[in-house]
Design a protein around this ligand. Structure first.
Ligand SMILES: Cc1ncc(COP(=O)(O)O)c(C=O)c1O
Length: 429
């Protein structure tokens, strides 16, 4: 398998190219035209979609790539010698090469396709951790993890007699790095941490965490579900051992995700599931496993999903990570200012390093009521525990309302959210 050659993306018509904007500013109205669903009119109102942290909407290019795969290329991969099978294999492996470029992984075989972040983390828990954890060993996570980065470790720790430890956060929602450093000890085998919190928006300093963990011989897994759509990710610069992401949160389809693992670790790890394609040879007496990444991709993979994810990466590259970050930062700062000006509203998560998520509570109104009333105004937000119940307990809350952003979010979306929240407050006065 050849490694991808990364080259500068072609200038995109979705960015302003004039000198004033320094080619780093999204033409957000044109970006929005790429997303057909944004033309929907729930209850006759223009859709204000502020739930992108749950799942992003899909650009036409991704929809077309999936439909194009089924219309022109569909066949099973790796096993056939016929024309379509070769085309499908090329499309599938081409998507892997795009992910390699997206993460700046050293080799394409370090990219394992999974169903999503959840499956990627479970894969590491059930293979790497299961074989490396012994009685009294430790896995360290943080207080701001999604259930996907808690429960798989609880399961494997219970099975192996290992201990799950938790690095604390402060009231602003920042990780206490000194405490994390103190908790990484000689028994720590793995540190599993989110890159961006889905509740707080906090961006964690992964490079520093990796240095701390590696200095004590622990491996690092990063949950990148909320980082992939917003940040420029470089697994080699961060130095992490594993990185997990979900296609559907970064403009790609559901049912496809990625586990990046450093080559030497994937080589030594046992397979996750048994079946077709993950083997080199099988007899009733003995099976010889395939090499990574195929060793971890048992059965027919989500071919169209991988192709759709490749198209999402092309879309992101076309917009440019800097331009996306600058635009989302502008809308986030505008949103934080507007929300904090509302009487009785408290923002949850005020870390200086923050991306695209605004959680809040409103005096005297349950987050579910906020979500329900906003919905009638065409404004889609999320309310609940956001699959992070231990974090909410730490904050003394059972639920929050959460507005989350993507490249297609605008200041007008925030204005609509604020207007909706004013009607919520009137209803509960
Ligand atoms: C931080 C974080 N980790 C993991 C996940 C799980 O992702 P998925 O359901 O796509 O596997 C999510 C989803 O919301 C998330 O926000």
């Amino acid at each position: 398998m050849t490694d991808v050659q990364t080259s500068a993306p072609a200038p995109s018509p979705l960015r302003h190219a004039d000198a004033e904007h320094k080619n780093a500013c999204l033409d957000v109205e044109r970006v929005r035209q790429e997303f057909p669903i944004l033309r929907e009119m729930p209850y006759g109102k223009p859709l204000v979609y502020l739930d992108s942290a749950a799942t992003s909407q899909k650009p036409q290019a991704v929809i077309d790539a999936i439909s194009g795969f089924y219309s022109r290329d569909n066949a099973n991969v790796h096993r056939g010698v016929h024309y379509l099978s070769e085309r499908a294999t090329e499309a599938y492996e081409g998507a892997r090469a795009k992910v390699q470029g997206f993460l700046n992984a050293a080799h394409a075989q370090e990219i394992v396709f999974t169903r999503g972040t959840t499956e990627a983390i479970n894969l590491v828990a059930q293979t790497y951790a299961r074989t490396h954890l012994g009685e009294g060993d430790e896995v360290l996570i943080t207080a701001m993890e999604h259930h996907s980065n808690i429960v798989p470790w609880q399961m494997v720790c219970a099975e192996r007699g290992a201990r799950l430890r938790v690095a604390p956060i402060n009231d602003a929602g920042e990780l206490l790095l000194d405490e994390l450093e103190r908790l990484v000890g000689p028994r720590t085998k793995l540190v599993a941490v989110t890159h961006v919190s889905n509740v707080l928006g906090t961006v964690n300093p992964i490079r520093r965490i990796t240095e701390i963990a590696h200095a004590r011989g622990a491996r690092v897994l990063v949950d990148g579900a909320q980082a992939a759509p917003h940040l420029d990710i470089d697994v080699q610069a961060m130095g992490c051992d594993f990185y997990a992401l979900s296609g559907h949160k970064m403009y790609g389809p559901t049912g496809i995700g990625v586990l990046y693992g450093r080559s030497e670790l994937l080589e030594e790890m046992p397979p996750y599931q048994g079946g077709g394609d993950m083997i080199a040879s099988v007899s009733f007496e003995e099976t010889v496993y395939n090499t990574p990444p195929y060793k971890f991709e048992a059965g027919t993979p989500n071919l169209a999903g991988a192709v759709g994810l490749g198209a999402a990466i092309d879309f992101l590259d076309g917009l440019g990570h800097e331009a996306i970050a600058a635009h989302e930062h502008d809308v986030l700062a505008y949103g934080m200012r507007a929300l904090s000006a509302l009487p009785g509203l408290r923002l949850i998560g005020n870390a200086p390093a923050k991306a695209s998520v605004m959680s809040f509570v409103l005096d005297g109104v349950h987050p579910h009521d906020i979500g329900t009333i906003l919905d009638r105004h065409g404004v889609a937000i999320r309310s609940g525990h956001h699959c992070a119940q231990p974090l909410l307990s730490r904050l003394g809350l059972a639920a929050t309302a959460r507005a989350s952003l993507a490249c297609y979010s605008t200041r007008q979306d925030i204005d609509a959210l604020v207007a909706g929240l004013e009607t919520v407050q009137e209803a509960f006065r």
